[in-house]
Design a protein. Sequence first.
Length: 345
Amino acid sequence: MRQKHPLEFLDFSSLTAALRASRHVATACVMLAGALLAHPAAQAQSVQDAAPTRTTLVASAVDTGIRTGETFTARVATSTGTPVTTGTVDFVLASGQSLGSAIVAADGTASLTVAQLPAATTKSVSGGGQLAVTANYNAATTALANSASVATAVATPAATTQLPDFTVTASQSTLTVTAGAYGTSVLTVTSVGGYTGSMELSCSNLPAQVTCAFNPTQQTLTANGTFVSTVEITTQAPSGTASSAIERHSALAMAMLFPGSLVLLGLAGRRRKGYKGLQMLGVAMLLGGVGLGLSGCSQRYDYLKHAPSVATGTLPGTYPINVAVDGNVGSSVSEHDLTISLVVQ
């Protein structure tokens, strides 16, 4: 069936009358335009303008420093490939979180750069991850209102750039020793992200009768380098009593007192002149023994009243010892700690 031309729908009698008067020229033009738009051919052209659009999306990584960013570029075109130059594009994560919007440019593209992707979706240094992003095209004109399209891209962020820092590891996290012995562990300090600075090591939370030493205690860490230090944790054994000196004095006093007494007793019944010298010797030994005995008694009295403290040594048990590594860069100080368990049997 033949479609009529738009002009065939005009009421030419009315149009002719309107054109006769110049003041009715605008009215005639409006009538002509209305007839043209009402024609099926014109409606078909409107449907063609509203043909479905196609949206493509490309993601590319951008190194923004601390974290890896991403640039998302959406391209919107008609089904025939003609760029759409109006409207906006929303960029949304699969979780529904919006990353932002961008206006469609004259070439049909809309770009959005996200400086910092969400932490859960960034790719770490040691691992990887993927992120699904959807581009939703929002038409700006009525003709394209029902032709909005979407596209999904999978972004694979590049390695995350880390801030300069350092890590600390220990070759032995548990040291088992007997009281009086020591244990060692090798500490390795590693630069991360180009960190450099003066490193100092120290111990804290040490139990009684336990000491800690490092070799070396301080060293400069170079960028992306490592240095090694050995920590030595020493315990103390129980010490003996202080009564041995008193016992020695008492034994010496008895050694002099006993022979002196025998000499005096043996010579007591003898009155001869020749034994006078021996009597004097016996008296001297007796007096010496008494003096030493009194000295020993004095020391023992002092010991009983003021007994010296006896070191018990490091008591058996498990002790967590904190090892701290401080990095000094100018006025900035960074600290990393680790725990070494000391088991004393």
